[in-house]
Ligand binder design. Sequence first.
Ligand code: FES
Length: 238
Amino acid sequence: MTARSPDGPTQLHGDLHCRSGGPFAGPPGAGRHARPKDYAKTLLVNERGDPLRAAQLLPQTNYVFHYPFEATPVFLLDLGKPAAPQALSTESKDAYNWPGGVGRNRSIVAFSAICAHQLVYPTKDVSFISFRKTRAQKGVHDNVIHCCAEHSQYDPAKGARVLSGPARQPLCAVLLQHDAKADTLTAYATLGGELFDAFFRKYEMKLSLEVGAKAKHAVSGQAVVRELEKFCRNSVQC
Ligand code: FES
């Protein structure tokens, strides 16, 4: 879908922005559907604070930013080929339609970097989860997000659906808006199985040390995008 913004045409993720909120009950007999959950519109910027241009993203390279909270990491990927919409569902059987990639080639996607199995996530010190251009030792495919903890593997070209391993639902999607004129990206919502409450419960002490008192603060305004290799000292390859 293309909408007109003051800055020019803006590519939105499908027509998903109509309503916010979590799962809702559909008509009797229909399954439950998950809608996007709106958060503050947040412009993605580079480490200098300048708006990140989508064209500057290196294909098949791990980038990380934090959204919708200061302590919740997100993978940003240019897959190098278009990613088509997918029908998916959460572990609790809430169906949702992931709208596919954005950008000129519809190849740019973003997913929570918190593993849907036991919430492993990338920190500045170490990351056991990342996108792999080539198959990991226990991999099932090239081009998957692989968690080395118990080898859950997610296909980012298919809405991060689970290909293998113990995870019971796709990684939660982060929805992006692409401004075609400025070639900028803005995060505005999540879609799918959010695990933020469980994440904050599990890592409360760790996050307070890593991120400080602002760990649970909502991100707004802008979020800095870094290559995983620069964000994290040790990206584990299993
Ligand atoms: S925490 Fe990722 S597979 Fe178990």
